[in-house]
Design a protein around this ligand. Structure first.
Ligand SMILES: [Zn+2]
Length: 61
């Protein structure tokens, strides 16, 4: 099995991992019922997508 030739220092390890953070999920308030929903998706509470389009949702997503 291949083994690393040199030990990675904590600084180098942390510098590499400085780009690995997850970005925060964008949440919008549903204009129909006020619940928070992700953009470009149907609201999980009321099924609202855009004016004129509402999808049926089971309520448990
Ligand atoms: Zn809603």
């Amino acid at each position: 099995m291949a083994l690393p030739k040199l030990r990675i220092s904590p600084t180098r390890k942390n510098k590499r991992r400085s780009h690995l953070a997850l970005s925060k999920t964008n949440l919008l308030e549903c204009p129909s019922c006020g619940a928070t929903k992700r953009p470009h998706t149907a609201c999980t509470d009321c099924g609202y997508v855009r004016p004129g389009l509402t999808l049926k949702t089971s309520g448990t997503v």
